[in-house]
Design a protein around this ligand. Structure first.
Ligand SMILES: Cc1cc2nc3c(=O)[nH]c(=O)nc-3n(C[C@H](O)[C@H](O)[C@H](O)COP(=O)(O)OP(=O)(O)OC[C@H]3O[C@@H](n4cnc5c(N)ncnc54)[C@H](O)[C@@H]3O)c2cc1C
Length: 502
């Protein structure tokens, strides 16, 4: 019987495993961490509980479809509840806006700050929905796109994809108020990009959230990883945790075996790597690359990276504070954004200067608003996230971590939310922790940078072009980062494996 290995039990790995096992294949996952979920993790301390990776879940239909593909109902594994408001936005000028999925309620919110923008916002949503309608079948829900994919898009729709101007330019052509412009531009960060650089096509993300809604899994985001692992095991998938893979063995251009961290060698038909593609190529294929380079008369010593692939520019990373507070803040919602006064400066710091912003936009998720047992009575569990540059030698997190933590808490206090005397327990996670936790190249949250009109075409294919029997799944391959996307990536990877076996 064909045996398929999956390296990593992140959401992409689990999604692939479910689909392959449902198709009747024997599937084994090797996961280096003691728990499944990858970037979707959770931490408990002193009576508090936090999700430490993703916190905003959209595209409910993607999860329904995954469970349905195995003949199950999502509701039997996971309770996904709509979040209202979607997000509460706080601006430095004192404006507060609740983003709503209900069009009437959202119009009422906008009317309070910028009445003329109600019509522009509605037009913007229709524009973003149109991008979804056009790009979805070709660029999101199907196999990786090539230049030929454009032929599947009717010619009049080519220009409606809006890939040649930036997100920000498109937003500015629809709404005038600085508050709304900043709110809509923020969706670039959902894939780790900048609204001033990313193509306008990515306005599709606003459609997904503002029209489709945000979902919260009862119990915490980690419930998604647990539900997927449960389904995978029910389908016969073997999950080995605390069992890292050291090397992908290749013979005659084909995948032949895995060498595990514990020294064991296992042989199988094919392997799907859920690791960051760059990390897979740099570390797990090190010997394969070294041999290829020797064949070309070079030693690995001469080159900083493999001759096949130089690592792509990375999406942003993040700086995280997990705060256990002995106080509740009724003015905050489940999801909150405290906007910076100068959004362009923030993205310039991240993507041009390689520095964390000195005046950052701050995201605060508080799951205890919905699941009170996530904090002791009278308290709250704050997950505070600030976008940060991907790791390089321009910023030393080890030296600056404490100072940056103080800066973030001061900025939160500037919004009238001084929590410094209410912190019962606290943890700081820097881009180094993100890199070490899941193997994310440079600690990037969403793989390669989306800050180019060609990003979708440059993303590594889910089928290795060099090595037969090697596939990729997850945020660094098609269709990209974010929990729904990597769940879809599992569908694509599984389809390719099954296609090749057939
Ligand atoms: C702080 C943060 C906030 C985010 N916010 C959101 C959000 O709000 N909404 C959203 O949709 N997305 C969000 N994301 C992105 C989302 O979490 C990711 O896109 C998604 O979880 C990535 O899944 P993946 O399948 O690519 O694999 P990963 O989660 O990267 O998992 C890879 C797995 O491989 C394992 N592994 C690594 N090396 C080895 C080895 N040698 N051997 C065996 N196993 C190995 C790792 O331990 C890990 O379990 C966020 C991410 C972060 C970090």
């Amino acid at each position: 019987m064909n045996e398929i290995f999956i390296i990593g039990a992140g959401i992409g790995g689990l999604s692939t495993a479910i689909r392959l096992a449902a198709a009747g294949l024997r599937v084994t996952i090797y996961e280096k961490n003691p728990q499944v979920g990858g970037k979707m993790g959770q931490i408990e301390a002193d009576g508090f509980r936090w999700d430490i990776g993703p916190s905003v879940i959209t595209m409910r239909h993607v999860f329904e479809e995954l469970f349905a593909s195995a003949g199950r109902r999502l509701e039997d594994y996971l309770t996904l509840e709509p979040v209202d408001p979607l997000t509460r936005y706080f601006y430095p000028n004192g404006t507060v806006l609740d983003a709503k999925a209900d069009p009437e309620q959202m119009a009422a919110q906008i009317r309070q700050i910028a009445p003329p923008d109600v019509a522009g916002y509605e037009k913007y949503l229709r524009y973003a929905a149109q991008i979804h309608r056009i790009t979805g079948p070709v660029f999101i829900y199907d196999q990786p796109p090539t230049w030929r994919s454009f032929w599947r898009v009717p010619f009049p729709d080519w220009f409606k994809i809006d890939g040649l101007r930036t997100m920000q330019k498109a937003i500015e052509s629809h709404v005038q108020s600085p508050e709304l412009r900043q709110l809509l531009g923020r969706f670039a960060t959902y894939v780790g990009g900048s609204p001033y650089l990313a193509p306008a096509t990515l306005n599709v993300i606003a459609h997904v959230e503002l029209s489709g809604g945000v979902w919260y899994p009862r119990g915490g985001i980690y419930a998604i990883a647990q539900a997927m692992a449960r389904l995978a095991e029910e389908l016969g998938v073997t999950i080995h945790t605390s069992c890292g893979v050291k090397e992908i063995g290749v013979a005659n251009g084909r995948f032949s075996h895995l060498i595990l961290e514990n020294g064991k060698i296992v042989r199988g038909t094919a392997v799907v790597s859920n690791l960051d593609v760059t990390t897979t190529r740099q570390y797990l294929l090190k010997n394969f690359n070294a041999k290829a380079q020797r064949r070309r008369g070079l030693t690995i010593h001469h080159l900083p990276f493999t001759i096949h692939h130089s690592p792509p520019e990375s999406s942003c990373s993040g700086f995280i504070l997990l705060l256990g507070l002995n106080k509740q803040f009724p003015e905050l919602a489940h999801h909150n954004i405290l906007f910076s006064p100068d959004y362009p400066a923030e993205f310039k710091a991240i993507f041009k200067q390689g520095q964390p912003p000195t005046d950052p936009t701050i995201y605060i998720a508080i799951t205890s608003k919905t699941d009170p047992q996530h904090a002791p009575e009278g308290g709250e569990n704050w997950f505070v996230l600030v976008n940060a540059p991907p790791l390089d030698d321009r910023y030393d997190w080890h030296a600056n971590q404490q100072a940056y933590r103080d800066l973030v808490l001061q900025k939160i206090a500037d919004f009238g939310l001084d929590v410094r005397d209410h912190i019962v327990t606290e943890q700081v996670l820097t881009p180094h922790d993100l890199a070490e936790g899941s193997g994310a190249w440079r600690g990037a949250l969403y793989g390669a940078s989306p800050n180019s009109p060609w990003a979708a075409f440059k993303r590594p294919h889910n089928r290795s072009p060099q090595i037969q029997g090697l596939y990729y799944v997850g945020g660094t391959t098609h269709p990209g980062g974010g929990v729904p996307m990597v769940t879809l990536s599992g569908k694509v990877a599984a389809e390719l494996v099954l296609e090749d076996l057939a």
